[in-house]
Ligand binder design. Structure first.
Ligand code: SF4
Ligand code: SF4
Length: 287
């Protein structure tokens, strides 16, 4: 496997606005499981990784995703039918996207939903190879290649040209986590539907609050692989930490959201919005 990522960031962005005619984009909204939220290209994280983000005070970068399901086990929560495992709402935790001024694929700068950790100027990841760099990003698109599913790299090639995936041989150690082993490790279930009625309603309306996400993030942090069990103590501690956390991500999310409503997109503003608040620098592409 070999990828050519310079000037791309396709897997870190929701770039549907740059591919209005691509029938295959928005692929996360096809099939049996359809996300309640309307953001493309979620990077899901594991229970261990959720705990690492909490340790680093980066809870503001985490969001929960629930699903509607056609023809499968579901439960009604807050008036919304959501996919369920043994009667409990099932969910993923992934990395938050926020509008940032980006210019991928040689396009003109524009506001696109971008991963909280993407530097919009260099189009590189601010946590690449760091302590909290998620496995899903480190191994992408290996699992897609192993499963013979189209990769984001190929989608970028198809829509914008260029060569993004010079070698599409799946890595020997690709190990897509599917089946029951994923429960409690990457796919979580919430133990108390009454507690999340309001949160699910707001998630479905794209109005979820930081506290709504923190509720699910805490359950994910208190989950263990292969079981639906959730530790009450770990949940309480994780929820407190998630609600108390404050980092450069939180302030940047607020400022990007405000700027997107008021300003023309300029990737160079990343220095003031992110780097000056302590966001890790990226190395650039030279060399
Ligand atoms: S963590 Fe980095 S590589 Fe992963 S989606 Fe975000 S910006 Fe992209
Ligand atoms: S879509 Fe592929 S080529 Fe583009 S940044 Fe992601 S891994 Fe790299």
């Amino acid at each position: 496997m070999e990828v050519n990522c310079e000037g791309c960031a396709g897997c870190c962005l929701d770039w549907r606005a740059l591919a209005p005619d691509d029938a295959d984009h928005g692929h996360e909204r096809r099939g049996r499981y359809r996300p309640l939220d309307d953001v493309d290209n979620l990077a899901p994280v594991s229970s261990d990784e959720v705990r690492a983000f909490l340790d680093d005070g980066l809870a503001g970068a985490l969001v929960a995703r629930l699903f509607r399901i056609d023809d499968g086990p579901s439960v009604t929560v807050g008036g919304v039918d959501v996919a369920a495992v043994r009667g409990r709402p099932a969910f993923l935790v992934g990395l938050r996207k926020v509008p940032k001024p980006v210019a991928p694929f040689d396009a003109e700068p524009r506001w696109l939903p971008s991963c909280a950790f993407l530097d919009p100027e260099t189009l590189q990841c601010r946590i690449h190879d760091g302590d909290v760099y998620p496995e899903t990003c480190a191994t992408y698109p290996g699992d897609n290649l192993a499963l013979d599913a189209e990769t984001e790299c190929e989608r970028v090639e198809r829509v914008h040209g260029g060569e993004r995936l010079p070698d599409d041989e799946p890595p020997a150690d690709a190990d897509p986590v599917l089946g029951p082993g994923a429960v409690g490790a990457r796919v979580f279930t919430h133990p108390d539907t009454e507690r999340v009625e309001g949160a699910v309603e707001r998630l479905a309306a794209n109005e979820a609050t930081r506290a709504d996400h923190a509720e699910f993030v805490a359950v994910a942090a208190a989950s263990s692989p292969g079981t639906l069990a959730v530790s009450d103590d770990r949940y309480e501690r994780a929820r407190e930490r998630a609600l108390a956390a404050e980092s450069w991500v939180d302030a940047a999310v607020t400022e990007w959201t405000d700027r997107a409503d008021e300003e023309a997109p300029d990737p160079a503003t990343a220095a003031a919005v992110e780097a000056d608040r302590g966001a890790p620098e990226t190395p650039g592409w030279d060399g």
